[in-house]
Structure formats: C-alpha cells, structure tokens
Design a protein around this ligand. Structure first.
Ligand SMILES: Cc1ncc(COP(=O)(O)O)c(C=O)c1O
Length: 475
C-alpha cells in the first residue's frame, strides 16, 4: 500500500533544510557528523548519510572529504539541478579566443559567490538617481528616443568631457574627443587604425584577457612585457624588447590600477615611458578605465598629460566608475583623431543620444565627483576586507600587494598551487575567480589568481574566501 509519509531519510533531510533556512547553520558552517545525526534521530548511519546525500544533490550542503558536511553557500535564484547546461570547464581557458567568453559564462546562477569579473555590484551604483535622471531627460526631450544622429547633446557632452580632462591635467579641444562604447571599443578602433594583421603589439604581462582576445581577433601578435604589481610595466624589459625583438607597432598599457595586478606606475616612470616611446617611434594606447577609482586623495595623472608629441592615444570610460550599463567611454587620439572618427562612424555610427544626454547632465551638474567619491570609499573598504581575509586564510607563502585603487586583488599562491584546478574545485562549491593562466598567452601565472572585490563584504564572502584558502592549502 502506497504511503504519503516520505521515507525516513527525507524526513531528516527536510528537518535539516528547515534549520538551514532558519539560519541555525550559517553558510560555510559545519553540520553534525553522520554519527551524531543518526543518534539524534534514532536511525542507523546509512539513513543519516542518505539524508545528507539528498541535501547534497539539492546543493544545500557540501561534503568535504574526511571533514564531514557543511552548510552550502546560498545559491542565487533557483535551487537544484534544474539546468542541464554544464558549467564551463576551466580547461576551456587555454583557448585564447574564448577566454573572455568562457569567463563571462561563469556568470551562472548556480555559482553563488562570483569573484571572477572585474566589476562592482550593481547596488554600488546610484541606480535610483540615474533612473530619475533618465526620466527627466526624456520628459525634457522626448524626441531623444527617436534620435540617432549626434545632436546638441553630444556637443554638450564633449564640452563636459573636455572640462573633465582639464581636471586630469589634459588640455584637449572638445572637437578632439571621440565618444565611444567604452574602452573596449576605443582600443579596438586604435588597433585597427595602427596595425595590420600579423603585426606585433606590446602588452603587459599579466594582461587583461579581454585584450588578448581582441588582439587575436584582429590577427595581431602579443609581445608580453613584464608588469610588476608595485610599479607596473618594466621599462627595462620594454626597451630591451624594442631594441632586440620584433618590430612593435604600438603598446597597450594600463598605468593606473592595472588589471589584474592593480599596479600603479609612478609619475617618474610615466615620463620615462614617454621618452622611450619617442626614441623608438612607438605609439602608446593608454587604457585609463580604472583611473577614477583611486583610494588616495589624488587621482593619478594620465600618461597623456605629459605627451608633448602626440604619441599617446588616451582611452577612458564610465563603465567602472559611474554607470556600467550605459557602456559609454571616450578617447583623445590627437593626430589620429580624424582617422579614428571615420573608423568609429563606419563601425558603430553613434552612441545612444539619450545616454549621452544623461551623462552630460551628470557631468555638468558636478555630481560625478560625488558619485565617484562614494564608490571609491566603498571599494577601498571592500578591497581591504578581501585582502585581510586572503592573508588570514590562504596558505603560507601566498603573496598579495594591496592596490591603491580599483577593485582587483592579484594573489600569488605558492608555486605548487595550480589555480586552474583550484577553480574546478571551487566551482563545484559555488565559488568563482579568475585563474592566473587566463592572463597570459604563456602558462606563466598558473599559481596566481585574481579576485574581484566588487561586492560589499559579508559573512558569506568571508566563508567563501576561507574555503578557497583551505582548498588552496590542499593543492
Ligand atoms: C584593463 C581593462 N580595460 C578595459 C576594460 C573594459 O572597459 P569598458 O567596459 O570601458 O569597455 C576592462 C574591463 O574589465 C579592463 O579591465
């Protein structure tokens, strides 16, 4: 006769699920041993084990070899094995042309603690205020919805950007500025203008994997020049490569809060870099995507401020510092401006007039400084909390340099730690990060990893870092 009463192991599993939901066992905490659970419910250990196995399949608990069962980190969205799409394998990261896409796929709701993308939590941005400003712009100019060619708002924006540039020490004519869809598009335009397939481009190593993927897409070769977490690009290595290596068409560099190392190039070194570029006829593409996220009082001065000879194509953006979804950036390309305007017109025509109008409003009102300051303070506190936890939980011999801005931490584990394997293990427990081997075409950084500190610090993050540290120790 069929009974409505669930089997004993399900009743026990349901009881634990209720305790988990009530917060009796916080995420990452240890659950009673199988033996203790059996004794508590007056069943044999196999029944208790079946209860844990059931909860494990539901991703509510995690089994740790020889350590027992632990409360799982919360899974965002729906629970259980509903999705039949497998998570990407970290091994896919060896495929250069898919590196960026593979990491993007990790934004999967089955991964509860996502630390792999260089982005801040949406809640850190002033979305309510931006929503109001969007409504206001539309109420004032409903025709912006139908606009698709540059209008007066773009001129307003360019004047506001020229004023912003002055604050950074750059004297730019408003008509020398090009509005783009972020630094990604600016760099792509600059590379298309300066290079032909087969050319060599100097980049930092470790390097932002998005740039490697871009170079490969354009049929370009990357010449990787070491970048130190403290001071950035090695000028000695660059000069040596320029003297003795293959012909280099241009250099792409992130002098302020480099991705992934967070390095900040000192001013003196910036001047020397420009002198080297001049001597070798090298065009420098400056990626200043993180410059506005400085923790100290002073914003770093872009390389472009010292550029007397038009060797620097300056690329900046608001995607990290203001409104990621606007996808707005800008570039100042000096003597290359006319050619880049043509290329831009043929590839993307124009950036959204509506969003340009809102950005112009925010810059003109002076509110950008306030928005930025709040974000910078939050990121500084978060980076510090992550760094403290990593130093506490990761194995002895792990190295970490605390950056002066941005939202990334570059962690160098002991050489024996394979962070691609670590990622495989971490994904199974609902935690992601960017493994070191994504940041070079060569297998140089297999023991390193990049953690994004974009989310406000919580006990769940603390538990995730503790778990990563423990896994790293076992490797
Ligand atoms: C070094 C670097 N450059 C460029 C980008 C992308 O910039 P944007 O969003 O402005 O296209 C990123 C994104 O993480 C980055 O880390």
């Amino acid at each position: 006769m069929a009974s409505d009463t669930p089997p004993l192991y399900r009743q026990i599993a349901d009881a634990i699920a209720r305790q988990l939901a009530a917060g009796e066992y916080p995420p990452g905490s240890r659950l009673p041993s199988v033996r203790a659970l059996a004794a508590r419910h007056g069943v044999n250990t196999l029944t208790a084990l079946a209860a844990y196995r059931h909860l494990e399949r539901e991703q509510r608990v995690v089994a740790r070899p020889r350590a027992g069962y632990y409360a799982a980190l919360p899974v965002a969205g729906s629970r259980g094995g509903e999705s039949s799409v497998p998570l990407p394998s970290p091994a896919a990261l060896v495929d250069l042309s898919r590196r960026m896409s593979t990491l993007l796929q990790l934004a999967d709701e089955r991964i509860a603690v996502q630390l792999h993308m260089a982005e801040a939590a949406p809640a850190l941005y002033p979305f309510a205020e931006l929503g109001r400003r969007l409504q206001f712009a539309l109420a004032r100019q409903p025709e912006l919805i139908g606009a698709q060619v540059p209008g007066p708002d773009q001129r307003r924006l360019m004047a506001a950007l020229a004023a912003l540039a002055v604050e950074r020490g750059l004297a730019l004519p408003a008509d020398g500025i090009l509005v783009t869809h972020g630094v990604t598009e600016s760099i792509s335009l600059a590379l298309r203008h300066l290079t032909r397939p087969g050319d060599t481009v100097a980049v930092e190593t470790p390097v932002y994997f998005g740039l490697l993927q871009q170079l490969e897409g354009l049929g370009l070769k990357a010449l990787e020049i070491p970048c130190a977490p403290a001071t950035g690009l090695s000028l000695e290595a660059l000069e040596f490569a320029l003297r003795h290596g293959p012909a280099v068409r241009c250099l792409v560099t992130v002098p302020s809060f480099q991705n992934p190392t967070g390095a900040l190039m000192p001013d003196e070194q910036r001047r020397r870099l420009l002198a080297i570029a001049r001597r070798h006829g090298l065009t420098v593409i400056e990626d200043d995507v993180f410059g506005d996220l400085h923790f100290g009082a002073q914003r770093p001065t872009p390389l472009k401020a010292w550029d007397r000879d038009g060797d620097v194509i300056y690329c900046a953006s608001f995607t990290k510092s203001f409104a990621p979804s606007f996808r707005l950036g800008w570039m100042a390309a000096g003597r290359h401006h006319a050619a880049l305007s043509l290329l831009c017109a043929s590839s993307t025509l124009v950036c959204s007039p509506l969003l340009q109008s809102v950005l112009a409003d925010v810059l003109e009102s002076g509110d950008y400084a306030r928005i930025r300051q709040r974000l910078r303070q939050q990121l500084q506190a978060q980076v510090q909390a992550f760094a403290d936890a990593i130093e506490h939980h990761f194995p002895r011999g792990t190295r970490l340099l605390r950056p002066h801005g941005g939202l990334l931490l570059w962690v160098e584990c002991p050489e024996s730690c394979d962070t691609t394997r670590l990622l495989q293990r971490a994904l199974a427990e609902g935690i992601s990060f960017a493994p070191g081997m994504a940041f070079s075409a060569e297998p140089r950084f297999g023991h390193c990893l990049r953690i994004s500190c974009g989310q406000p610090w919580t006990p769940v993050l603390e538990a995730a870092i503790a778990r990563l540290g423990k896994l790293a120790r076992t490797l």
